[in-house]
Design a protein around this ligand. Structure first.
Ligand code: TYD
Ligand code: MG
Length: 456
């Protein structure tokens, strides 16, 4: 006989209690308690019944043969790279992102690319004809994949067991539900139970499963953190909805590097891979513009030349305004303090606005030098020559600290036709960079860099 009971679950960590709580005992989050009804039927004691399958036996490591290394090529360079070289058989990937960012588009597009494989795309959000409309927009000439519009986990497994797809895609985990749990789709116990069953399916059948997941207001993947723990790879698709560029990052990857990054552009006909992002991010007509500088940054392990824009003005109100888009504002305040000390910039009287072009968010500290020179350029009203780019982290006393992967930054700048790059002096010690065509200028203090650029 099925037993029904009410439990209180923490939204954040999945902690369960029999009474309501204000603060979670396990993770300490406030107001994360939600009430859910669960049905414990004898069958639900183990999700084994869903997937079927045999009992695992202990094996010696040497007896285990790896065909797991045969990764599935997704025919999308950016996606393959973020996954660490393709999809690993039997792995489970969670793709998170804000609504409307393009998760369904990305995943459907990849499914359509994989013409040589049997892909089952399960959608709990759209009907078959809606998906077809989207597919025709992305790939007008006849690529194919299997589509299933279904929200019941049991029926999805039924179909999967008949079709035996090589890749299973679930869009999205929050819309599907299993009969084993009585709460509504998207609730914590549903998400947890469905993900656990899908994990079992992936491991037992060797079929990779891609889950699309929604994101909560604060930017974490909806459902308990447990979801992130059970999957092998967590990818995040981000970018400003009103900008064209989308960035795909790996937050967790059991089979690859988390510092990889994929860049896409949203077009009328789906997502386009951006294989050389620097070219797109740079404006051609920079010459003579004040307050603009180019940073030779590295996001993940990819060099990126980005445009930093700054605007300074006299503060009209008592408290000057500070605003920064795409760059840490505390770091900007620190750089302003360095500027005041080293270049006589009166920060108490100026409004400062900073923007990273293209809607990017940059966390590489080597962008510091470009940020500080852009602010100074706007304040002095002297443009920075557009064929100069900069890389360097700035310390509190105005010293320029060495940065990582300097060779990649220099070679990217050279590839894009920059005449000169300013780098931290310490980076040049013992590095063989003499063959570079680009002129490399070393600076160890901000004053040196300023003198070089502005001549004072
Ligand atoms: P979608 O993949 O539905 O987002 P998600 O699944 O993350 O919620 O993406 C929807 C957005 O993408 C929508 O605002 C329209 C836009 N879009 C294009 O600009 N071009 C296209 O070819 C497609 C299919 C969508
Ligand atoms: Mg969607």
């Amino acid at each position: 006989m099925a037993k029904t009971k009410t439990v209180f679950i923490c939204n954040n960590c999945g902690y369960e209690a029999s009474k309501w709580f204000g603060k979670c005992n396990a993770c300490g989050t406030w107001n994360s308690c939600v009430e859910e009804t669960v049905v414990k039927s004898p069958a639900s004691a183990s999700s084994n019944t869903l997937v079927g399958g045999t009992q695992a036996q202990p094996l010696k490591l040497s007896e285990i043969n790896i065909d797991a290394e045969k990764r599935i090529d997704l025919h999308c360079t950016e996606l393959n790279r973020v996954l660490g070289g393709g999809l690993v058989p039997g792995s489970i990937v969670l793709l998170g992102g804000e609504p409307g960012i393009g998760k369904s588009t990305l995943i459907l597009q990849s499914a359509l690319e994989l013409n040589d494989r049997k892909v089952l795309y399960v959608s709990g959000e759209e009907s078959g004809s809606q998906i077809k409309m989207r597919a025709q927009r992305i790939r007008p000439n006849g690529s194919d994949c299997y589509i299933l519009s279904e929200t019941s986990l049991e029926r999805i497994f039924e179909q999967a067991n008949i079709l035996k797809p090589e890749i299973l895609i679930i869009d999205s985990i929050q819309t599907i539900a299993t009969d084993m749990v009585e709460s509504s789709p998207g609730s914590i116990s549903q998400v947890r139970e469905c993900a656990a069953a899908l994990l079992k399916y992936a491991k037992q059948s060797g079929t990779p499963v891609i889950l699309v997941g929604h994101i909560t207001k604060d930017g974490s993947i909806a459902g308990p953190k447990i979801l992130e723990h059970i999957v092998d790879t967590v990818l995040q698709f981000e970018g400003d909805q009103h900008h064209l560029y989308r960035i795909l990052r790996a937050i967790k990857n059991r089979f690859g590097n988390t510092s990889e990054l994929g860049i896409f552009e949203m077009t009328q006909t789906g997502l386009r891979e951006v294989s050389n992002p620097s070219e797109l991010l740079l404006n051609e007509q920079l010459d003579g513009m004040c307050g603009v500088s180019i940073a030779a940054a590295v996001e993940g392990i990819r060099p990126l030349l980005i445009e930093v824009q700054a605007l300074t003005g006299s503060a009209v109100y008592g408290t000057p305004q500070r605003s920064s888009t795409g760059y840490d504002s505390r770091r900007m305040n620190m750089l302003l303090a360095v500027l005041e000390k080293k270049a006589g910039f009166k920060i108490g009287q100026k409004d400062v606005f900073l923007n990273i072009a293209g809607g990017l968010r940059i966390s590489d500290t080597a962008t510091d030098l470009a940020v500080i020179t852009a602010i100074l350029s706007s304040s002095l009203d002297i443009p920075i020559p557009s064929n100069i780019c900069l890389a360097g982290e700035i310390g509190l006393s105005g010293e320029i600290r060495p940065v990582s992967r300097i060779e990649r930054r220099i070679s990217e700048a050279e590839k894009l036709g920059f005449r000169q790059i300013i780098v931290p002096a310490q980076n040049l010690k013992g590095v063989g960079l003499h063959k570079a065509k680009i002129e490399i200028k070393a600076a160890s203090r901000v004053e040196e860099a300023f003198k070089h650029i502005f001549g004072k």
